[in-house]
Design a protein around this ligand. Structure first.
Ligand code: PLP
Length: 438
């Protein structure tokens, strides 16, 4: 029987016979230009190991099939790597038997998933969504609802525009609320007016936060942060910063919202980065990416009960948030994370990889300014005269897919389960890649 996977014909050619320029030509003419994909390469599937990808790549002798190491894991969304046999088997069996139904009728995996989320996140109630941005949009709504009713110096409710303080260079997604949380010029270009009531302070500067709270005395609803700024270039806070933020927020009757969409689910060496930095659970937390095991977009707003109970029927909703497949995959992901000790593995693998990358960096002192990271979220910062995009291209030539963030930072965040050989390949590709940039 003909299948889409094997035989489909499009533009007069079987898809399997499309060349790299057929693929990239279609992206160029038909896809909105919101990314700048690498030229000369198309991914065909997962590779022979969890951390590898099978690709078609242009070489001097024409197009060839080959394998590369995935050192990005879809921006931390692929913790177990590609084609994990347990995930594939469980999900295949599941879709053979379960239908899609809306949230207005209960199904047998939503309750168990929520119970598991409570145990794993230490939060109390949950609003499942799909993309990370959606979870942040819901969080912003809830902050406003709370602020109108219980914000202000003495919990009397804020009458003026409630203020949400977030960090410069942060990344929170692509909705209007998330974009308002961000100060990035390209993200905001031509979109004015963005939402009112957002203020941006430098990350990792407690004095700046204190001053901003004082400036808007009595009107600050929330402090909204990534615990580690990932997209900004893996910017780590000082050891005590987040604890001080939490204390300051509490003292001022202000919510602390943490966006753990990239840092959560083991990536930084603990289940969540707030644990890495010794915090109490935040008031609200958004999660996404890895919680879908790299096969499904699943996200969630998590929060304390008294906050989450402010949502009522018809105040929010989502067709696919918490639908059967998402609930099943969400539950399966946490169970597998716990069974395989993924957070501890991220800590030990992260120590090894960081050390290897530091060794490489020490061989290129005029090019690498700093290597830094927590667990399996690592950044390599170049001096400003060097181009991160040139470095990622150079890495790809040496068999490793990683990607620059902004101009001078390279993000390295492979699947957490990567083996030692894979990490050594990343280190040697970085070495060769650095030699190749000028
Ligand atoms: N928040 C953080 C910290 C992220 O890194 C991202 C995505 O990179 C998002 C939010 C947005 O998530 P999504 O792209 O799934 O909407």
């Amino acid at each position: 029987m003909a299948t889409l996977l094997d035989d489909a014909i499009l533009n007069g050619k079987a898809i399997k016979d499309w060349t790299i320029s057929d693929h990239n030509g279609a992206l160029d003419t038909l896809g909105a230009h919101i990314y700048d994909p690498f030229p000369g390469i198309v991914v065909l599937g997962g590779g022979s190991k969890p951390h590898t990808l099978k690709v078609r790549i242009e070489t001097d002798s024409g197009e060839v099939e080959s394998e590369i190491v995935d050192a990005l894991a879809c921006y931390s969304a692929v913790p177990f790597g590609h084609r994990d046999p347990v995930i594939v088997d469980e999900v295949t069996r599941f879709i053979e038997e379960m239908a899609t139904i809306p949230r207005s009728i209960s199904h047998r995996f939503l309750g168990p998933w929520l119970a598991k989320l409570k145990e794993y996140t230490q939060m109390e109630m949950f609003l499942p969504k799909n993309g990370g941005t959606e979870a942040n949009e819901a969080a912003i709504k809830l902050v406003r609802k709370w602020a109108r009713n219980f914000g202000g110096r003495n919990g009397e409710g804020i009458v003026e525009t409630p203020v949400i303080i977030s960090a410069k260079k942060a990344f929170h997604g692509r909705g209007f609320g998330s974009t308002s949380l961000m100060d990035d010029a390209m993200s905001r270009k031509d979109l004015a007016p963005l939402m009112p009531g957002f203020e941006h302070i430098p990350f990792n500067n407690i004095d700046a936060l204190e001053a901003k709270i004082r400036e808007h005395d009595g009107n600050v609803a929330a402090v909204y942060l990534e615990p580690i700024q990932a997209e900004a270039g893996i910017i780590l806070p000082d050891e005590n910063y987040l604890k001080e933020v939490q204390q300051l927020a509490k003292k001022n009757n202000t919510l602390l919202v943490l966006d753990e969409i990239q840092t959560g689910f083991g990536r930084t060496g603990q289940d969540f980065a707030w644990q890495t930095y010794g915090l109490e659970p935040p008031d609200l937390m958004t999660i996404g990416k890895a919680m879908g095991a790299g096969i499904l977009p699943i996200s969630c707003l998590c929060g304390k009960r008294h906050l989450m109970e402010m949502f009522e029927p018809h105040s929010e909703g989502s067709t696919f948030g918490g639908y059967p497949l998402a609930s099943f995959v969400g539950l399966l992901t946490i169970c597998e994370m716990q069974k395989r000790n993924i957070s501890a593995l991220a800590a030990t693998n992260g120590d090894y990889l960081l050390r290897r990358l530091e060794e490489v960096a020490s061989q290129h002192p005029s090019k690498v300014k700093e290597v830094r990271g927590k667990g399996m979220l690592i950044g390599v910062e170049l001096f400003e005269q060097y181009d991160g995009h040139e470095l990622s291209m150079s890495l790809l030539k040496n068999g490793v897919y990683a990607k620059e963030t902004h101009k001078t930072n390279l993000r390295i965040a492979p699947p957490i389960v990567i083996d030692k050989e894979g990490m050594d390949t990343i280190a040697s590709a970085l070495d060769k890649g650095l030699s190749g940039i000028h």
